[in-house]
Design a protein around this ligand. Structure first.
Ligand SMILES: NC(=O)c1ccc[n+]([C@@H]2O[C@H](COP(=O)([O-])OP(=O)(O)OC[C@H]3O[C@@H](n4cnc5c(N)ncnc54)[C@H](OP(=O)(O)O)[C@@H]3O)[C@@H](O)[C@H]2O)c1
Length: 301
């Protein structure tokens, strides 16, 4: 009996946390009702998806109308049901500053973090991530701001998102504590992190990868704007493993030995439950390499 590439056990994150293999993403937690948001959070936590990932900038799309709206919506759920806070590892991000694209200067990151605390209505953010690299902030300045926020008890762990491995290392070199997470886009349709060093760095340094858009924003679920060969490969494997195409695509993300957490974006409780099957799927090397070949449209050498 072949051994699965997927280990379903929770993963240590930073010094104090353990997170499930699937996390709940709040990019699309806008344009709905408070009742629905609470139902989603309770469903996700009940399924073991205890990493809850949001960002200050979420709210400007998917029916939202303002910067901060997704954090506000999550904060209102936490105010209504405070017990949920203790069941989650609360992650947010700062550093995207429309209309200026990015600002990770010390005053901007400090103010962004404090504003997130206010919108979320919490004393501390468990994982504070820099959303995208600001090419015009020296990593020593950013590190100093993050150390101060941590020393003040406002954040517990630090993560990066959309950083190149070199940008990640440059920030890490100025921090007196390890970077806990790295958040790249990663899915069967977006394989860059496999070979650009992002996942290798995670394995070298014990950093938890948080894979954003594990269904390529829904394109892998509905089969649009992705290679038909990839959809066919996922469908063939889904049938073989008696599961859905979406669960199979999420299983592909979970199979990498860096043990990524797949950040789910669905706002549908039933689809969260379907995705939860992914960690129990038994994928082997033949399965994952067939997905890569179908995604890239060429055989591996
Ligand atoms: N760091 C970054 O720069 C960055 C960028 C993007 C996202 N993220 C993070 O990653 C999270 C997930 O991103 P994402 O929303 O693009 O993730 P995703 O899981 O790849 O896509 C979710 C989308 O797929 C749709 N979908 C259609 N059929 C589905 C099915 N059968 N099962 C599940 N979903 C289906 C969902 O619609 P329904 O809601 O109708 O199910 C939803 O619109 C975000 O919430 C955020 O936390 C981070």
């Amino acid at each position: 009996m072949p051994t699965s590439l997927i280990n379903p056990d929770p993963i240590p994150l930073g010094s104090d946390f353990r997170v499930g293999r699937l996390g709940f993403g709040c990019w699309r937690l806008v344009g709905g009702s408070q009742y629905h948001y609470r139902e989603l959070l309770e469903t996700a936590l009940g399924l073991g998806m205890n990493l809850v990932d949001t960002a200050d900038v979420y709210g400007l799309d998917w029916g939202g109308t303002s910067f901060g709206e997704a954090e506000d919506n999550l904060g209102r759920v936490l105010a209504e049901a405070p017990g949920l806070r203790d069941r989650m590892v609360l992650a947010t991000k700062g550093g995207i500053t429309p209309p200026t694209p990015y600002n990770s200067g010390s005053p901007a990151i400090t103010a962004a973090c404090e504003a997130s605390l206010g919108r979320l209505g919490v004393d501390v953010i468990d994982l504070y991530q820099i959303h995208r690299p600001d090419l015009f902030t020296h990593p020593a300045e950013l590190a100093e701001a993050l150390v101060a926020l941590r020393d003040q008890g406002k954040i517990r762990e630090v993560g990066v998102s959309n950083f190149t491995p070199r940008q990640h290392e440059a920030l890490a070199a100025h921090l007196p504590f390890p970077i806990a997470s790295s958040q790249p886009e990663y899915s069967a349709a977006c394989l860059g992190a496999l070979r650009d060093g992002t996942l290798d760095l995670c394995m070298r340094d014990g950093v938890v990868p948080l894979a954003w858009s594990p269904l390529a924003g829904g394109r892998l679920a509905d089969g649009t704007e992705v290679r038909p060969e990839l959809v066919a490969a996922l469908d063939r494997l889904a049938e073989h493993h008696a599961t859905s195409r979406s669960a199979l695509a999420i299983a592909f993300v979970l199979a990498h030995p860096s043990r990524p957490v797949a950040l789910l974006g669905t706002q549908n409780p039933q689809r969260l439950a379907d995705a939860a099957q992914a960690a129990a799927i038994s994928l082997d090397r033949a399965d994952v390499y067939s997905i890569i070949e179908a995604s890239e449209g060429v055989p591996l050498p």
